[in-house]
Design a protein around this ligand. Sequence first.
Ligand SMILES: C[S@@+](CC[C@H](N)C(=O)[O-])C[C@H]1O[C@@H](n2cnc3c(N)ncnc32)[C@H](O)[C@@H]1O
Length: 312
Amino acid sequence: MSARDVVKEANPAFYERYSKLEDSDEFWEFLIRPLRQSIRVNTLKAPLEVIVERLKEEFELEPIPWVREGFFINVDNLARVPEHGLGLVFGQEASSMIPPVVLDPKPGELVLDMAAAPGSKTGQIAQYMQNEGCIIANDPNRDRANVLIANLNRMGVLIARVTTRDGASFARFENTFDRVLLDAPCSSVGMIRKSWRFLREWREKAVVKYMNVQKRLILAGYRALKPGGVMVYSTCTIDPLENEEVVDYLLRKTDARLERIDLPVKTSEPVLEWEGKEYSEELKKALRIHPNDNDTEAFFIAKIVKPGDGGE
Ligand SMILES: C[S@@+](CC[C@H](N)C(=O)[O-])C[C@H]1O[C@@H](n2cnc3c(N)ncnc32)[C@H](O)[C@@H]1O
């Protein structure tokens, strides 16, 4: 059975919707192919070279082109690797390392990570900040927030304060944060490569529900951003309603601008028209990554700037 037929049989509505987005055999094959294991080396604990040399004694490492600390690794069960337990490495999907790279936080800054659990990106942000400054790492799901705390402890993150609020409540901290990451709750099509249930349980109704949450969160995050600050909006899904539609909404409602992202990563065409609706040409500056582009999870990443003092 071809990958296309497997998807069609597992969830016909899913197949019908996304075959309008991309319909190559490659797309369907990579959408369900198991992911390559990748790690981020945690430089909060030891120098990059030291950890890499140690790992190379046992494993094959292949550098991930868009993040200096990222590697594909040939290991079946990362949990059994001592460096993992020691927090020297963190299992993180290769495309999920892009948002913090684009956010580019600096030591001493005040950063809001609006939807932070289980904390892979919070840890990466802390690494770029060299544990100097402050990260508000928020997630309203208490079980996930506990995992977030455990992960931050294991990774030696000293500058995070964990909160468990609805991300939209940060709107009241107007013009406060140097950088804001909104790695939004989403329909997680990219995660099908990790778990089949994201395909089986996918429903169009949920996409619309997520879109409404994302619109609320993106406006709140932008409000909390300082003039001249940078906000990154990301999802691990391919639906235009959760990606281009949400960022287009922010562009129409506020003075937000998008900046081009210059990274060695292959991307798919941005969606500028969907279900009869047209989106701003500015969306060409966002990264739409399909699983077949780089053999990773699907991802969408937009770099948003707020005009004003100190702007980049
Ligand atoms: C894609 S996951 C975040 C992954 C995380 N950034 C990481 O890299 O490890 C989305 C998160 O959004 C959280 N979430 C759901 N509703 C939210 C809301 N209203 N405000 C903030 N976060 C929310 C979920 O609990 C979930 O942990």
